[in-house]
Design a protein around this ligand. Structure first.
Ligand SMILES: [Zn+2]
Length: 54
């Protein structure tokens, strides 16, 4: 099930909207940490999930 997630990095950056099945690595704009990493299906999220959007 594909869905969008609103996530916030541990550093307290502004929340970002990402695709739950993203095939793209996503970096935090503020601290450059990898916050979304593709893992062959559902992306791995290394950040706090603020909200799940459907
Ligand atoms: Zn960050």
């Amino acid at each position: 099930m594909a869905r969008f997630l609103k996530i916030q990095c541990e550093c307290g950056s502004d929340p970002e909207i990402v695709y739950g099945d993203s095939k793209m690595r996503r970096l935090c704009k503020k601290c450059q940490a990898v916050i979304v990493e593709p893992s062959g299906g559902r992306a791995r999220v290394n950040a706090r999930i603020v909200e799940v959007l459907s």
